[in-house]
Design a protein around this ligand. Structure first.
Ligand code: IPM
Ligand code: MG
Length: 372
């Protein structure tokens, strides 16, 4: 298969983790005889530095003409010191989502068996947790009108949703629930917010088209508690933009590290894959960031194009790296932790030739990226 993939690695640890996912895609290309045309483009703080724009036109054009986008992370503290900064790196991502119409952000959460003890939550609570968050991505308070009074003493952010925006995401979530454990939970704040009441009304209406799916409704504060107390009760969580942002970071605690969670953002014409973590500037350039979330985002990309065998090859290699403790310090507290590049080298080498990698490993000093 021939695929044009735009690589927007962004800021902080974004370039380091994206480089590992690119290595992995190249390994898949070689092993399964595909043609992946990977093109880099600027976004976020680096876009501002080089082009004066967090989403330069060339980047947006490239995304429009690509089959898929692999995204790293954005955000740089140097733009945060001044809250008045007009151009912020985050604007690049928000504009990209809006311009490409990426309305559905799908964030799966699974517990990796060998890492179950890494979570701060008790093993018996999180074991076998497996749910997906469907987060609305191009509406709500993120995109509503923002105001600041002239004297700077009053600010407001408007939250707006239309039935069309709710319905298109709800249909995707219902379809996913139908193919899974047939349970959908709408998370909202319908006791307070008019937008939430509209979400509830629409979801109740649409539920009639999916009689096999059982639906329940939770206020977001209560859901935030239940995700930690009893995460196994969830199958598909459907929610608006801001609640989905918060609940997905919260949920990552269950998996043991936010560095493990991948996501897909879908629009009518475009599709983007990214880790759910941020740019983690403290780790930038240290070769210590966990690349697995981005590598798993590449696996989601392959699955999206129905390259299931290829996606499984990536997931198996990731599982093997976890099993063998070839992992970064966030999930490996031993002195023999691996570096970002070592994890990427291992995963790609394992995809190409697992037998010889395991054989060679006996002679390899981890941390020196000498696996291939
Ligand atoms: C995410 C991030 C973004 C968001 C930021 C970087 C704008 O937190 O993708 O979850 O808030 O959507
Ligand atoms: Mg977030």
């Amino acid at each position: 298969m021939k695929l044009k993939i735009a690589v927007l690695s962004g800021d902080g640890v974004g370039p380091e983790v994206c480089a590992q996912a690119v290595k992995v895609l190249k390994a898949i290309e070689l092993k399964f005889k595909h043609k992946f045309i990977l093109t880099d483009a600027l976004v976020g703080g680096i876009g501002i530095d080089v082009k004066g724009d967090p989403l330069p036109k060339e980047t947006l054009d490239l995304c429009h003409e690509s089959d898929a986008i692999l995204f790293g992370a954005i955000g740089d503290p140097k733009f945060e010191n001044s809250l008045d900064t007009k151009i912020r790196p985050e604007e690049g991502l928000l504009k990209l989502r809006k311009e490409l119409g990426l309305y559905a952000n799908i964030r799966p959460l699974k517990v990796f068996e060998p890492l179950v003890h890494k979570s701060p939550i008790k093993e018996k609570v999180i074991k076998n947790t497996d749910f997906i968050i469907f987060r609305e991505l191009t509406g709500g308070i993120y995109y509503g009108e923002k105001k600041l009074s002239k004297d700077g003493n009053l600010a407001s952010d408007q939250c707006v949703y239309t039935t069309e925006e709710i319905d298109r995401l709800a249909h995707l979530a219902f379809k996913s629930a139908k193919s899974r454990r047939k349970k959908l939970t709408l998370v909202d704040k319908a006791n307070i917010l008019a937008t939430s009441r509209l979400w509830r009304k629409r979801v109740k209406e649409l539920a009639k088209q999916y009689p096999e799916v059982s639906v329940d409704y939770l206020y977001v504060d209560n859901a935030a508690m239940k995700i930690i107390v009893n995460p196994r009760q969830f199958d598909v969580i459907l929610t608006e933009n801001l609640f989905g942002d918060i609940l997905s970071d919260e949920s990552s605690v269950i998996s043991g590290s936010i560095g493990l969670l991948a996501s897909t953002s879908i629009g009518d014409k475009s599709v983007l894959f990214e880790p759910i973590h941020g740019s983690f500037p403290e780790l930038k350039g240290k070769d210590l960031a966990n690349p697995l979330a981005t590598i798993l985002s590449a696996a989601l990309l392959l699955e999206h194009f129905k390259l299931y065998e290829e996606a499984d090859a990536v997931k198996n290699a990731v599982e093997k790296s976890i099993e063998l403790n070839i992992t970064t310090p966030d999930i490996n507290s031993t002195k023999k932790f691996a570096h970002t590049t070592t994890v990427g080298d291992f995963v790609s080498a394992y995809i190409i030739d697992k037998k010889s990698v395991l054989y060679k490993m006996e002679n390899i000093s981890l941390g020196q990226s000498t696996i291939i």
